[in-house]
Design a protein around this ligand. Sequence first.
Ligand code: NAD
Length: 296
Amino acid sequence: MKKVGFIGLGIMGKPMAKNLLKAGYELVVYDINQEAVKEVVAAGAKSAPTSKDVAAQSEVVITMLPNSPHVKAAVLGENGVLEGAKPGLVLVDMSSIAPLASQEIAAAVAKKGVEMLDAPVSGGEPKAIDGSLSIMVGGTKELFDRCTELLSKMGKSVVLCGDIGAGYTTKLANQIIVALNIAAVSEAFVLATKAGVNPELVFNAIRGGLAGSTVMEAKAPMIMAGNFKPGFKIDLHIKDLANAIETGHDVGVPLPLTASVMEILQALKVDGKGQNDHSGIALYYEKLAKVEARKK
Ligand code: NAD
C-alpha cells in the first residue's frame, strides 16, 4: 500500500503526514485549513479538493481529526471518503474518538467494502515529529498485519488491542492517566511553591523517584516556564474525558477522579483557556492558591 490519503493536518496530522512522505509514500492530503495543506504540499504531497477525491486516489486513507462528528462528516458526509472509495480501500482513523462512534463508522463503510482500523496515538506533537508515537489499534489481526509497516513510520510502538473500538478504549485509559497525572503534578507543585520551595528544585529532587513520570517530564517544565501553548488543547482533553465518562457509565464503571479533573478542565474552559495546552491545569490551582509555580 503505497498510495496514502491523509485527512486532517493539524498539530498531529501535519508531522505524521510529513513522516510518511519521508518514508517514501505517495500522499494525497486534505484539510479544511488551506494553510496546513500548503505546508504539507511544500513537503512533497499532492492535495485534493475534498475527502472524496482523496479516497478516489488512495489505497489507504488516514484520518486525524478532532472528534467523532468530524470523522463522521469526513468519512460518511457529503463529498466524504465513502463517496470516493473503491471496494478494498482501507480506512485508518487515528483521531481519538468514542469507541461506539468507530464501531458505527466501521459498520457503515463495510457496506461499501471498506475495511477499517481505529488507531489513536499517544505522545503529543514532539513524538509525532520524531515518528515515535505509541499507536493503539483496534480491528482484525489480518488488517492490522497489512497496516503495521505503514503505522510503524509514525510510531515506535504499534499494539493491536482487540476488535474495532479497542484502540479508542485503550486511548481513553491513557487519557485518564495523563489528566490525573497533570492534576497531581499541578497540585503538588503549587503546594511546594506556596510553602516556600523552588519548584525547579522539587522537580530535580523527585523526577528520578517513584513520582517521576513521562507526564511530569513533559509538563512540569512547561508549567515552570508559564508556557501553555498547545501541544494538546484543554478542549480536546475535555472531549476525551467526556468520552471516557460516557463509556464508564455505559459499561458500569464509576470514574470519580476523572469526573473531578473534568470539572477543573470545564472551569478553565469557562475562563477562556480551552485552547491552552492541558498543562494549563496548573493555572486552576494557581488561581485558587494565589501563587504561580514558576522557575525562580
Ligand atoms: P488540531 O485541532 O490541531 O487538528 C485537527 C485538524 O482537523 C485541523 O487542521 C482542522 O482544520 C482539521 N479538520 C477539522 N474538521 C475537518 C474536516 N471535516 N475535514 C478535513 N479537515 C478537518 O488537533 P490535533 O491536536 O492534531 O488532534 C487530532 C486528534 O489527535 C484529536 O482527536 C486529538 O485528541 C488526538 N491527539 C492529539 C494529541 C496532541 O498532543 N495534540 C496527542 C494525541 C492524540
